[in-house]
Design a protein around this ligand. Structure first.
Ligand code: ZN
Length: 403
């Protein structure tokens, strides 16, 4: 029990290097905000400036703030109507800032692996990854590299619904306390999942407004990343699990509830595969509150990862880039293409890459340890009575990419 309580520690205790947690949280906040301002200032479009939620991920060596660097960021609060989602992997369905900033981080990981494989000595020195000859994974992070997420508002789902400032008669707070929640289809907000409803039958059994069958709330996803890592299934073929070390929330008067809701999700997970763990997230809050943006949410979501020239604007109505309607650089299809190119370089250097066609779900399911960790996580949630993790309909997962 004591161990459980310690799983989610607050950052206002002394951390490594003598850095006070609150100062650390403030610094991550300022770094992400500054990077966002810099990117919007250099953007020719006026829409990126309007957003309800901003999320970003900074990278440090240990907790040394002098080494801190923002590596990804995104804005957004909407989930695409699943009727508009295509099965080709080219549309972004979940456009919530936290989710897109993780996808942008994955893109950064791919660019760093490419640096390593470019065969130039300076590439090897610059990459955050190093070869790992003693492991079944090919690569691991350099010693001491850590990732920290900042979100301007508490994550949607249980962490936000039950926070004191969110309490309104509209929410059945007590009844669904700590339940998993799914994002509302084609809009904002979340609805509770119950263990009796399984993913296949959502449309027929759910009596209320249509829900996005495939997207769990950000509270739930952050808890999942604390077990399976940020890298996703595909990259787990190549790198060890990579975890978030801290989470700083801008508009949150205390970290207590967010801590409890994540701890509750991780409490009973056991038998995780080698290298997977329950990552103890350090939670930070800011001394001065951010002001919650008023008005309607923007229909444009932006994303950026380190190495990119500027922001990419995505329409949350189509899930594609706003101007040209082309697939986003962080959609599943684009990231899968990156992965295939790396796999081919590593495993089949003699095969013509143009001739390779592999399907996305087969490659994901082949990531055995990752899939076992994911299963242990959802089993633990179900055993706790928190609900069944909604899996995306099979039709949405089947696509292939030629590289
Ligand atoms: Zn969210």
């Amino acid at each position: 029990m004591e161990e459980e309580q310690q799983q989610t520690k607050e950052m206002d205790v002394e951390q490594e290097g003598g850095v006070k947690g609150i100062f650390f949280a403030e610094s991550i906040y300022h770094l992400v905000r500054e990077k966002y301002s810099q990117l919007t200032d250099s953007s020719s479009s006026s829409s990126p400036g309007r957003h309800k939620v901003l999320a970003g991920i900074a990278m440090t060596r240990g907790f040394d703030l002098r080494s801190a660097q923002v590596v990804s960021l995104a804005t957004g609060t909407k989930c695409l109507d699943s009727d508009a989602a295509n099965e080709d992997g080219c549309t972004l369905r979940d456009c919530h800032a936290e989710v897109l900033s993780r996808r942008a981080l994955v893109r950064f990981f791919y660019s760093q692996l490419e640096l390593l494989l470019c065969k130039r000595p300076e590439g090897e020195d610059q990459s955050i990854f190093v070869p790992d000859k003693d492991s079944t994974h090919r690569f691991r992070l350099r010693e001491g590299i850590r990732f920290h997420m900042y979100i301007s508002l508490s994550p949607c789902g249980d962490a936000r619904i039950n926070c004191p400032y969110e309490m309104t008669p509209a929410y059945p707070i007590r009844r669904f306390s700590c339940q998993l929640r799914v994002k509302v289809n084609g809009g904002e907000g979340t609805l509770p999942v119950t263990s009796r409803r399984t993913n296949q039958n959502w449309a027929s059994v759910w009596p209320g407004p249509p829900v996005c069958m495939t997207s769990m709330s950000c509270t739930d996803k952050i808890a999942k990343w604390s077990v399976v890592g940020l890298q996703g299934a595909l990259l787990s073929h190549l790198v060890e699990p990579i975890y978030l070390h801290s989470l700083t929330v801008g508009m949150l008067s205390h970290t207590g509830h967010l801590g409890r809701t994540i701890t509750r999700r991780l409490a009973h997970i056991k038998n995780l595969p080698f290298l997977y763990r329950r990552q103890h997230l350090l939670l930070g809050c800011l001394s001065s509150r951010e002001v919650r943006p008023a008005g309607k949410a923007s229909n444009v979501s932006v994303n950026w990862s380190y190495g990119e020239q500027g922001l990419e604007e995505v329409s949350t109505t189509t899930g594609r880039t706003k101007e040209s309607g082309t697939p986003s650089r962080i959609c599943r299809s684009s990231l899968f293409g990156y992965w295939l190119r790396l796999e081919n370089k590593l495993n089949r250097p003699d095969v013509d890459p143009e001739a390779t066609t592999v399907t996305h779900p087969v490659s994901k399911m082949a990531a055995g340890c990752y899939q076992r960790a994911r299963q242990q996580f959802s089993n633990a949630l179900q055993d706790e009575g928190l609900g069944t993790w909604s899996r995306k309909p099979q039709k949405l997962g089947h696509f292939s990419v030629s590289v």
